[in-house]
Design a protein around this ligand. Structure first.
Ligand code: CU
Length: 154
């Protein structure tokens, strides 16, 4: 599977950027297209901040509920849980990808189809200030046999 086979331009705007706010860049933002009847999916991206920061929330105008999740192995079983805050260390690229940290798209009213654009608003905190980073994740189909995570546990 060519996970990063194509680069998706992430539209990043730094709203209300204060002098102390970190510069946050997001690349390779994508969402997983899903099957009819699946109410959940995942969104993935790479985030880099030029100052120590934290991702403290994500929302979307088209997804009723969005959470930041962590996935790991627990006794041979893949489990995931919500994380309230994800560290974005200065200068380090933090990857959200299948099998690791991801943005959970929940309570979907209709399936996400390949090519759909999912707008996401990331709330990033740094130096006591919060800013919103707008990201557009383009949906792509995913080969479920290629080690993709299942979200059936929800
Ligand atoms: Cu999840």
């Amino acid at each position: 599977m060519k996970r990063y086979g194509w680069i998706i331009a992430a539209a990043v705007s730094l709203a209300a950027q204060a002098a102390a706010a970190a510069n946050v860049s997001v690349t390779d933002a994508w969402a997983r297209a899903n099957m009819p009847g699946q109410p959940v999916s995942g969104a993935y991206m790479r985030i880099q901040s030029d100052a120590d920061a934290r991702l403290v929330g994500v929302s979307s105008s088209v997804v009723p509920r969005v959470e930041v999740h962590e996935m790991n192995m627990d006794g041979g079983v893949m489990r995931m849980r919500e994380v309230k805050s994800l560290d974005l260390p200065k200068g380090k690229t933090v990857s959200l990808e299948p099998g690791g940290y991801h943005i959970m798209l929940m309570n979907l009213k209709k399936p996400i189809a390949a090519g759909d654009v999912i707008p996401l608003a990331l709330t990033v905190e740094s130096g006591g200030k919060r800013q919103t980073v707008e990201v557009k994740a383009v949906a792509r189909a995913m080969d479920m046999s290629g080690g993709a995570m299942q979200h059936g546990a929800h």
